[in-house]
Design a protein around this ligand. Structure first.
Ligand code: NI
Length: 147
């Protein structure tokens, strides 16, 4: 495979890996075993109907999410459907990248056939900084976080 890129490489850093789990408390116990420590308390994102908690192992941050109220819809319901199931009750489902400008980056990525599944909105678990979610057919979902 050729290495040369026809596009300009984005200035982006990995911020966290997102995990969908059924139960944050149970998952957190196991991540403790794997040398992760709590980075934050559980935040309730009522807009997206999810619980969120960040955990850190040295340089690596993970974000655990679970459904807040199972009787209500959530934009991440699809992660918990049978079709998407991993073995067990947890699954890494996105890498989040910090980028300089959200809108400019999104426009650049659209040219490379990413499509936006969640336009920029405030993330209560990340000091209300703006995040957006995009999908590319070849790599699946990514999250962008404004610097
Ligand atoms: Ni995330």
């Amino acid at each position: 495979m050729e290495q040369g890129n026809v596009f300009s490489v984005l200035n982006c850093q990995v911020h966290h890996v997102g995990y969908a789990v059924h139960d944050i408390e149970r998952a957190g116990k196991i991540f403790t075993l794997l040398n992760f420590q709590k980075e934050s308390s559980v935040t309730k994102d009522v807009i997206r109907n999810i619980n969120i908690q960040f955990w850190r192992n040295q340089t690596t941050l993970i974000e655990l999410i679970s459904i807040l109220d199972g009787s209500q819809k959530s934009p991440v319901d699809f992660l918990f459907k049978k079709k998407c199931s991993f073995p067990g009750n947890g699954m890494p489902y996105h890498i989040c990248y910090v980028v300089d400008g959200l809108e400019q980056t999104i426009n650049q990525l659209k040219k490379e056939k990413f499509f936006v599944i969640q336009p920029p909105m405030q993330a209560p678990a990340l000091e209300n900084r703006h995040v957006a979610f995009l999908v590319h057919n070849d790599i699946g979902m990514i999250e962008l976080l404004e610097k």
